[in-house]
Design a protein around this ligand. Sequence first.
Ligand code: DC
Length: 209
Amino acid sequence: MTPRAFTVAIDGPAAAGKGTIARAVAGHFGFAHLDTGLLYRAVGALTLDGADPIEAARALDPRALEDGRLRTAEVAQAASRVAVIPEVRAALLDFQRSFARRPGGAVLDGRDICTVIYPGAEAQLFVTASAEVRAERRWKELRDKGDDRTLAEVLADVRARDARDSEREAAPLRPADGAMLLDTSKMSIDEAVAAAIAHVAAKGGAPRA
Ligand code: DC
C-alpha cells in the first residue's frame, strides 16, 4: 500500500524559528522536509556569480541546494531580491508542489506555502516573533560561527528582508486564513516545537509506521 500524503505547510518571516520547527515536526512524524528558502538562496547565489535569475531558476539542479555558501547573509539578501520576480517563483512551483504531495508525508517551510504553493495542506502554521527577538537569535547564531556583525546590523537586515518579503506583489508574506498563528517571541524552542506537533496531530497527522 502506498503511504498516504499528508502536508504540513509552515510560513513565517526570517529567523522566526520555522526551520527548527519544520525539522522537528518532520523528525517526529517521519515526514520528508523541504526548506523552500534554499531554492531561492540557490538562485540568489547563482546570480551573485553572474547568472540570469529566471534562467537559473528554470534550470535549477537540486544538487545546488547543498552549496555551503547558501547560509550567508549576502546570499540571503540576494535570495530575497530574486524572490520578488514572478517568473522565478513560477519556475520553482512544480518542484515544491510535487514535494508537498509525496507519499509518506511532507513538511515545507517558507513564505507562501499555505497561501500559494499548497493551500490544501492538512496542517498549516504561521510561525512568527518580533523583529528584535528574531534579530537577536540570528545575531547569536552568526556570532557562534565567528561572524562579527553587530546586533544593530542584523536587525537592519531582518527589517529589510521583512519589508521586501511582505511588500512584494508576487506571493507576499502573510498568514493564511486557516493557519495556526505561533508567536515564538516568548517561547523556548521546546515549547514552540511541542505546540506545532500538537497542532499537526490535531489535524490528523500521525507518525509513519
Ligand atoms: O527562509 P530563508 O531565509 O532561507 O529565505 C530566503 C529568501 O527567500 C527570503 O528572504 C524570501 C525568499 N523565500 C520566498 O520568497 N518564498 C519562500 N517560500 C521561501 C523563501
